[in-house]
Design a protein around this ligand. Structure first.
Ligand code: NI
Length: 175
């Protein structure tokens, strides 16, 4: 298991529609373990494979409270089967867009089909934070960032800040 560098927006890999996984094998399980390590180290509550540069339809989430045991869920080829008509705004952030947050309006409940670590077909019904997190991560594997749900004005403002942040990080790494 290993922590991997998180790619920051703007980056073409984060705008890529990712390919379905043909078979859940050891390579995919290692990818999921690395994604969990990277997510917990950040720390974050969700991570999608493109955020570490892998354009495959794999996401991991864990919305457990800090004082609770970890409760990771690894989802391969996740697919939204149903979303509630009722929507609500909730503040979102993203490990690829650090330190920037904004309200995003989304359905409050979802049903998602996926393959688990053993390649078994599963379904999960979620509401609250887990429903938001699943939608945010599924967006990622379709090349969509939470900023894409904002007004063009706000999105441009966020991306300008990210371009500056990326330059500053590159300078730090070069120094
Ligand atoms: Ni994100």
């Amino acid at each position: 298991m290993a922590k991997r560098p998180i790619i920051w927006a703007p980056d073409p890999v984060l705008k890529t529609k990712c390919a379905p996984v043909a078979m859940v094998d050891d390579e995919i399980r290692t990818l999921m373990d690395d994604m969990l390590d990277t997510m917990y180290a950040a720390p974050g509550i969700g991570l999608a494979a493109p955020q570490i540069g892998v354009t495959k339809r794999v996401i991991v989430v864990d919305v457990s409270e800090k004082n609770e045991p970890n409760a990771p869920i690894c989802l391969v080829n996740p697919e939204l089967l149903w979303t509630s008509d009722e929507t609500a705004p909730h503040e979102e952030g993203c490990l690829s867009i650090p330190d920037l947050y904004a309200d995003v309006e989304r359905p409050i409940a979802v049903k998602v089909a996926y393959l688990d670590r053993d390649g078994e077909k599963r379904e999960i019904e979620a509401e609250g934070l887990l429903a938001i997190c699943l939608q945010h991560e599924i967006d990622h594997i379709d090349g969509i960032l939470f900023t894409d749900h904002l007004s063009p004005l706000k999105r441009n403002m966020f991306m300008k800040k990210m371009v500056k942040a990326k330059k500053a990080r590159a300078r730090e790494q070069a120094a």
